[in-house]
Structure formats: C-alpha cells, structure tokens
Ligand binder design. Structure first.
Ligand SMILES: Nc1ncnc2c1ncn2[C@@H]1O[C@H](COP(=O)(O)OP(=O)(O)OP(=O)(O)O)[C@@H](O)[C@H]1O
Ligand SMILES: [Mg+2]
Length: 233
C-alpha cells in the first residue's frame, strides 16, 4: 500500500534522507526505529508532503504522493499524528476531534471513537490544553481515526506519557490495526514497537540499515543492542 523508493530529503544543504527504502502492505503494522536525529520524523513528514523529497518516489495505493500537492495527501486516506501531539489547546475536545471533517460527524462515528477513548467523551467541552499529556495524545490519535484513514503514521506516540496511559494507547493502536488500518509507528519504546508490529525497520543516518521481523529481533537481542543501544529482556 505504501512504498518508499530511494527517498532523499534535504533541509537546506543538510542531506537528511539518503535513499530510504521501505514498504507497508495492506493491514500491516510496521515500526521505524532509530536513534535520535537519524531522520525518522523527516521520513513521515516527507510522506505527508510537509517536507518535499529531493529524490526518489513515494507511492500510496498506486498514487505518487511526491507528485501531488500536500493538501491532497490526507484525503487519500493517510492520517498523521506528529511527534509531540499538536492539538489546539484553546479549542475544546469536540472541536479538536472534528477539525479535519467537512461537517459534524454522525453519531455512529463519534460513538465508535468514544468506545475506544471514553475519557474524551467525559471531557468533550474541556479545552484541549488542559488535558493531561496522555489524554492529548489520545485526542490527537482519535482526531485521525475519525477521518477513517487507511494508513496511520504515528510519531513517538508514547513519548513522555505516564505508564498507565501507555498501555491504553498501545491497546487502542492495536485495535485500530485489527480493524484493518495499516500502521507506520516511529517509537523509542522498543517493547511497544515489538508488541504492536510484525516488521521493523531500523534507520541510521538517513538510510535503513536493518530490516526484519519482530520475531527475529526478539530472538536476537544483539541486533537491537548493536543498532539502537537498547537491551531487551
Ligand atoms: N526544519 C529543520 N531544519 C533543519 N534541520 C532539521 C529540521 N528538522 C530536522 N532537522 C535535522 O534533521 C535531522 C533528522 O531529524 P529528524 O527530526 O527527522 O530525526 P528523528 O529521527 O525524528 O529524531 P528524534 O528521535 O530525536 O525525534 C536532525 O539532524 C535534525 O536536526
Ligand atoms: Mg523525531
């Protein structure tokens, strides 16, 4: 469904993405891991058309995303939850949720969201900025899900979130994937990435240096240690 081929991106003279190759099949959950500053966020921004690629191809459902304007990309069925959330702090929860929709969502769509994120229903009139970090992250994810995407791009959704809510977020991301939404998950939390994803890419300095299955990584802890400097037990 999504294919990145020899993708390059620059910020000014800095050559950030240096030939990224990655693919996601229909319904798959795939993790993109790597140390700080290697280009993970840039990869997601490039897919969404927010950072224009300087070479290579991005294909989604047979459409070349790198050849269409950014504002058309979300409409093709891509949902993007940026790093650090990005909800509107002075808008209430309901208005934040409906921001991307052409009108008011029908009750069934709202109910489905509230079934998964009951805390948002309780706080519909509360200003976004007064939600806890974890609740804001849920709102950011719910805002994408209400648009019924085919592919969800998540940039470090559990960063800075208290452990109790991390489990909730993980369960809801899994539930979305079980409903058929494909996932590209950028994560520092290696355990969560392995729990949610069947395949993993590891990025180093703007290229993919390792590609394998979550099972392979579980069986070979030395790989995670070598590429990411993390230990899994
Ligand atoms: N707008 C920008 N202008 C110039 N350089 C940038 C810009 N955004 C990011 N960079 C640089 O590009 C490189 C890759 O950044 P990116 O945010 O993609 O990394 P990342 O893998 O997401 O890191 P992290 O794990 O810390 O979020 C970094 O060296 C960063 O400083
Ligand atoms: Mg990042």
């Amino acid at each position: 469904m999504l294919r990145l081929e020899n993708l390059h991106a620059h910020y000014g003279k800095s050559h950030i993405l240096q030939g990224v190759n990655l693919r996601i099949e229909d319904g798959e959950a795939v993790a993109l891991l790597g140390r700080n500053g290697v280009g993970k966020t840039t990869t997601l921004r490039t897919i969404m058309g927010l950072t224009p690629p300087s070479g290579g191809a991005i294909t989604f459902a047979n459409v070349r995303l790198d050849q269409i304007p950014a504002y058309k990309i979300a409409g093709l069925g891509l949902g993007y939850v940026p790093q650090g959330r990005r909800i509107f702090s002075s808008l209430n929860v309901f208005d934040n949720l409906c921001l991307g929709l052409p009108g008011t969502p029908d009750a069934a769509r709202l109910d489905e969201i509230f079934e998964h994120f009951p805390v948002l229903k309780e706080r519909l009139n509360q200003e976004g900025g007064t939600l806890s970090g974890g609740e804001q992250q849920m709102l950011a994810i719910a805002r994408c899900l209400i648009m019924q995407p085919k592919l969800l791009l998540l940039d470090e959704p559990t960063e800075g979130i208290m452990p109790k809510l991390v489990a909730t977020l993980r369960n809801e991301i899994r539930a979305a994937n079980k409903k058929g939404i494909s996932i590209l998950l950028v994560e520092q939390n290696f355990r969560i990435a392995l729990a949610l994803c069947t395949r993993v890419y590891i990025m180093e300095k703007g290229v993919i240096s390792y590609e394998g299955t979550a099972n392979e990584l579980r069986k070979n802890p030395d790989i995670a240690h070598r590429y990411l400097g993390v230990a899994i037990s």
